[in-house]
Design a protein around this ligand. Structure first.
Ligand code: MG
Length: 261
Protein backbone atom coordinates (compact mmCIF):
# COMPACT_ATOMS: atom_id res chain seq x y z
CA UNK A 1 0.00 0.00 0.00
CA UNK A 2 1.17 3.52 -0.76
CA UNK A 3 0.26 6.34 1.62
CA UNK A 4 0.55 9.92 0.35
CA UNK A 5 0.30 13.23 2.20
CA UNK A 6 -1.11 15.99 0.05
CA UNK A 7 -3.00 19.24 -0.15
CA UNK A 8 -6.35 19.41 -1.90
CA UNK A 9 -8.63 22.45 -1.77
CA UNK A 10 -6.69 23.90 1.19
CA UNK A 11 -7.04 20.69 3.17
CA UNK A 12 -4.02 18.61 4.17
CA UNK A 13 -4.84 14.93 3.97
CA UNK A 14 -3.31 11.48 4.04
CA UNK A 15 -4.59 9.16 1.36
CA UNK A 16 -4.03 5.70 -0.02
CA UNK A 17 -3.35 5.36 -3.73
CA UNK A 18 -5.55 3.02 -5.78
CA UNK A 19 -4.77 3.15 -9.47
CA UNK A 20 -4.53 6.89 -10.19
CA UNK A 21 -6.75 8.00 -7.30
CA UNK A 22 -6.08 8.97 -3.72
CA UNK A 23 -8.55 7.83 -1.08
CA UNK A 24 -8.31 10.06 2.00
CA UNK A 25 -8.05 8.21 5.29
CA UNK A 26 -9.69 9.05 8.60
CA UNK A 27 -7.89 8.45 11.87
CA UNK A 28 -4.12 8.39 12.28
CA UNK A 29 -1.84 6.59 9.84
CA UNK A 30 0.35 5.77 12.84
CA UNK A 31 -2.45 4.19 14.88
CA UNK A 32 -5.78 3.11 13.42
CA UNK A 33 -7.25 4.48 10.24
CA UNK A 34 -9.97 3.79 7.76
CA UNK A 35 -9.69 4.29 4.00
CA UNK A 36 -12.69 6.29 2.80
CA UNK A 37 -14.80 5.94 -0.31
CA UNK A 38 -14.02 9.47 -1.50
CA UNK A 39 -11.54 9.54 -4.34
CA UNK A 40 -9.36 12.35 -5.72
CA UNK A 41 -7.27 11.97 -8.89
CA UNK A 42 -3.60 12.22 -7.91
CA UNK A 43 -3.11 14.68 -10.78
CA UNK A 44 -5.34 17.17 -8.92
CA UNK A 45 -3.40 17.37 -5.65
CA UNK A 46 -0.17 18.99 -4.48
CA UNK A 47 2.00 16.28 -2.98
CA UNK A 48 3.64 17.08 0.36
CA UNK A 49 6.49 15.39 2.22
CA UNK A 50 4.80 12.17 3.42
CA UNK A 51 5.83 12.75 7.05
CA UNK A 52 6.73 15.57 9.41
CA UNK A 53 9.54 14.02 11.44
CA UNK A 54 10.67 15.30 14.85
CA UNK A 55 14.13 14.25 13.70
CA UNK A 56 15.90 12.63 10.79
CA UNK A 57 18.67 10.23 11.71
CA UNK A 58 21.22 9.80 8.95
CA UNK A 59 23.56 6.85 8.56
CA UNK A 60 26.91 7.59 6.97
CA UNK A 61 28.95 5.13 4.91
CA UNK A 62 26.46 2.27 5.05
CA UNK A 63 27.51 0.90 1.64
CA UNK A 64 31.10 -0.25 1.28
CA UNK A 65 31.55 0.99 -2.30
CA UNK A 66 30.43 4.49 -1.29
CA UNK A 67 32.83 4.60 1.69
CA UNK A 68 35.64 3.71 -0.68
CA UNK A 69 34.71 6.19 -3.42
CA UNK A 70 35.17 9.04 -0.92
CA UNK A 71 38.33 7.47 0.52
CA UNK A 72 36.76 6.70 3.90
CA UNK A 73 37.26 3.61 6.05
CA UNK A 74 34.36 1.15 6.29
CA UNK A 75 32.74 1.73 9.71
CA UNK A 76 32.58 -1.03 12.33
CA UNK A 77 29.43 0.46 13.87
CA UNK A 78 26.79 2.69 12.23
CA UNK A 79 28.04 6.26 11.82
CA UNK A 80 25.09 8.48 12.78
CA UNK A 81 24.27 12.13 12.23
CA UNK A 82 21.11 14.25 12.42
CA UNK A 83 19.36 16.38 9.84
CA UNK A 84 16.90 18.97 11.16
CA UNK A 85 13.17 18.88 10.35
CA UNK A 86 13.57 22.42 8.98
CA UNK A 87 15.48 20.95 6.02
CA UNK A 88 12.54 18.87 4.77
CA UNK A 89 11.10 19.29 1.28
CA UNK A 90 8.80 16.93 -0.61
CA UNK A 91 8.23 15.67 -4.14
CA UNK A 92 8.68 18.47 -6.66
CA UNK A 93 10.35 20.68 -4.03
CA UNK A 94 13.17 22.97 -5.06
CA UNK A 95 16.65 22.53 -3.59
CA UNK A 96 18.38 25.81 -2.69
CA UNK A 97 22.07 26.13 -3.43
CA UNK A 98 23.74 27.72 -0.38
CA UNK A 99 25.89 30.77 -0.98
CA UNK A 100 28.76 29.35 1.06
CA UNK A 101 29.13 26.07 -0.83
CA UNK A 102 30.72 25.33 -4.19
CA UNK A 103 29.74 21.67 -4.26
CA UNK A 104 26.32 20.26 -3.42
CA UNK A 105 25.82 16.51 -3.95
CA UNK A 106 22.79 14.25 -4.27
CA UNK A 107 22.68 11.04 -2.20
CA UNK A 108 19.81 8.69 -3.06
CA UNK A 109 18.77 6.62 -0.02
CA UNK A 110 16.09 4.32 1.36
CA UNK A 111 14.41 5.89 4.40
CA UNK A 112 12.52 4.15 7.19
CA UNK A 113 9.40 5.84 8.61
CA UNK A 114 8.77 5.02 12.27
CA UNK A 115 5.22 4.05 13.27
CA UNK A 116 5.41 3.69 17.01
CA UNK A 117 7.59 5.05 19.79
CA UNK A 118 10.77 2.99 19.89
CA UNK A 119 13.02 3.21 22.91
CA UNK A 120 15.78 0.88 24.11
CA UNK A 121 14.85 -2.01 21.83
CA UNK A 122 16.79 -5.11 22.84
CA UNK A 123 19.28 -6.65 20.44
CA UNK A 124 16.96 -9.34 19.12
CA UNK A 125 13.73 -7.33 19.18
CA UNK A 126 11.40 -7.69 16.23
CA UNK A 127 11.30 -4.20 14.69
CA UNK A 128 8.40 -4.70 12.29
CA UNK A 129 5.72 -3.21 14.57
CA UNK A 130 7.82 -0.04 14.94
CA UNK A 131 8.05 0.60 11.19
CA UNK A 132 5.21 2.19 9.23
CA UNK A 133 6.92 1.86 5.87
CA UNK A 134 9.63 3.09 3.52
CA UNK A 135 10.22 6.10 1.32
CA UNK A 136 12.86 7.62 -0.94
CA UNK A 137 15.24 10.17 0.50
CA UNK A 138 17.77 12.56 -1.00
CA UNK A 139 20.41 13.27 1.66
CA UNK A 140 21.66 16.47 0.05
CA UNK A 141 25.15 17.36 1.20
CA UNK A 142 27.49 20.33 0.77
CA UNK A 143 30.52 18.14 0.15
CA UNK A 144 33.10 20.93 0.43
CA UNK A 145 31.80 21.98 3.85
CA UNK A 146 31.66 18.35 4.99
CA UNK A 147 35.36 18.03 4.16
CA UNK A 148 36.16 21.23 6.02
CA UNK A 149 34.20 20.51 9.22
CA UNK A 150 34.84 17.88 11.88
CA UNK A 151 31.21 16.77 11.84
CA UNK A 152 28.32 16.79 9.38
CA UNK A 153 25.85 19.30 10.85
CA UNK A 154 26.56 22.27 8.61
CA UNK A 155 27.01 20.31 5.39
CA UNK A 156 23.76 18.34 5.73
CA UNK A 157 21.39 20.78 7.43
CA UNK A 158 20.69 23.62 5.02
CA UNK A 159 17.02 24.34 4.37
CA UNK A 160 15.80 22.07 1.52
CA UNK A 161 18.61 19.49 2.08
CA UNK A 162 16.26 16.67 3.16
CA UNK A 163 13.98 15.62 0.37
CA UNK A 164 11.47 12.91 1.31
CA UNK A 165 8.81 11.12 -0.72
CA UNK A 166 6.80 10.63 -2.78
CA UNK A 167 4.88 8.26 -0.47
CA UNK A 168 5.23 5.79 2.38
CA UNK A 169 5.14 2.27 0.98
CA UNK A 170 4.01 -0.34 3.48
CA UNK A 171 4.50 -4.09 3.48
CA UNK A 172 7.89 -3.97 1.74
CA UNK A 173 10.86 -6.14 2.55
CA UNK A 174 13.66 -3.53 2.74
CA UNK A 175 16.41 -6.06 2.17
CA UNK A 176 16.61 -6.34 -1.61
CA UNK A 177 15.21 -3.22 -3.29
CA UNK A 178 16.77 -1.72 -6.41
CA UNK A 179 17.80 1.88 -5.75
CA UNK A 180 18.68 4.32 -8.53
CA UNK A 181 19.46 8.01 -8.79
CA UNK A 182 19.19 9.94 -12.06
CA UNK A 183 20.68 13.37 -12.70
CA UNK A 184 18.94 15.10 -15.60
CA UNK A 185 17.67 11.69 -16.68
CA UNK A 186 21.13 10.05 -16.65
CA UNK A 187 21.69 7.10 -14.34
CA UNK A 188 24.23 8.01 -11.61
CA UNK A 189 23.60 5.56 -8.79
CA UNK A 190 22.39 1.99 -9.17
CA UNK A 191 22.54 -0.53 -6.38
CA UNK A 192 20.50 -2.75 -4.11
CA UNK A 193 19.58 -2.19 -0.47
CA UNK A 194 20.94 -5.71 0.03
CA UNK A 195 24.40 -4.14 0.02
CA UNK A 196 23.84 -2.14 3.21
CA UNK A 197 26.52 -2.87 5.81
CA UNK A 198 23.99 -2.49 8.63
CA UNK A 199 20.47 -3.56 7.66
CA UNK A 200 17.26 -1.74 8.58
CA UNK A 201 16.36 -3.93 11.58
CA UNK A 202 19.83 -3.45 13.06
CA UNK A 203 19.68 0.32 12.53
CA UNK A 204 16.25 0.74 14.17
CA UNK A 205 17.39 -1.16 17.28
CA UNK A 206 20.76 0.61 17.35
CA UNK A 207 19.25 4.11 17.08
CA UNK A 208 16.50 3.33 19.63
CA UNK A 209 19.15 2.63 22.21
CA UNK A 210 20.61 6.12 21.71
CA UNK A 211 17.52 8.28 21.23
CA UNK A 212 13.80 7.62 21.43
CA UNK A 213 12.21 7.37 18.00
CA UNK A 214 8.73 8.85 17.64
CA UNK A 215 5.97 8.23 15.10
CA UNK A 216 6.95 9.93 11.85
CA UNK A 217 10.66 10.02 12.63
CA UNK A 218 12.90 9.04 9.75
CA UNK A 219 16.07 6.99 9.57
CA UNK A 220 17.80 7.42 6.23
CA UNK A 221 19.97 4.40 5.65
CA UNK A 222 22.94 5.67 3.65
CA UNK A 223 23.76 6.07 0.00
CA UNK A 224 25.38 3.65 -2.45
CA UNK A 225 28.28 4.60 -4.71
CA UNK A 226 27.92 7.11 -7.53
CA UNK A 227 27.38 10.33 -5.58
CA UNK A 228 28.19 13.54 -7.40
CA UNK A 229 27.51 17.24 -7.68
CA UNK A 230 24.38 19.04 -8.80
CA UNK A 231 24.30 22.49 -10.34
CA UNK A 232 21.51 25.07 -10.55
CA UNK A 233 18.84 23.99 -13.02
CA UNK A 234 19.50 20.27 -12.54
CA UNK A 235 16.75 17.75 -11.96
CA UNK A 236 17.41 14.82 -9.63
CA UNK A 237 15.31 11.67 -9.27
CA UNK A 238 15.69 9.03 -6.58
CA UNK A 239 13.88 5.85 -7.54
CA UNK A 240 13.33 2.81 -5.34
CA UNK A 241 11.61 -0.39 -6.31
CA UNK A 242 8.19 -0.74 -4.70
CA UNK A 243 8.06 2.93 -3.63
CA UNK A 244 8.33 5.20 -6.67
CA UNK A 245 10.34 8.24 -7.74
CA UNK A 246 11.23 11.33 -5.72
CA UNK A 247 11.95 14.24 -8.07
CA UNK A 248 13.43 17.64 -7.26
CA UNK A 249 15.10 20.48 -9.08
CA UNK A 250 17.96 22.74 -8.04
CA UNK A 251 17.16 26.44 -7.88
CA UNK A 252 19.13 29.12 -9.67
CA UNK A 253 21.83 30.46 -7.42
CA UNK A 254 21.01 33.62 -5.48
CA UNK A 255 23.51 36.39 -6.11
CA UNK A 256 25.85 36.77 -3.15
CA UNK A 257 24.39 39.55 -1.02
CA UNK A 258 26.42 42.04 0.96
CA UNK A 259 27.09 40.80 4.48
CA UNK A 260 25.77 43.02 7.27
CA UNK A 261 28.49 45.10 8.88
MG1 MG B 1 23.83 10.03 3.09
Amino acid sequence: MKIYRFEHKKEILFGVLREENLHPVSGSIFMKYRVGERSIPISQVALLPPVEPTKIVGVGRNYEAHSRELGNPVPKEPLLFLKPPSAVIGPGGVISYPEISERVDYEGELAVVIRKKAQQLPERADVEEFILGYTCFNDITARDLQAKDVQFTRSKSFDTFASIGPCIATGLDPAGLRIKTFLNGKLRQSSSTRKMLFPVSFLVRFVSRIMTLYPGDVITTGTPEGVGPMVPGDRVDVQIEGIGTLSNTVAAREPRGALPA
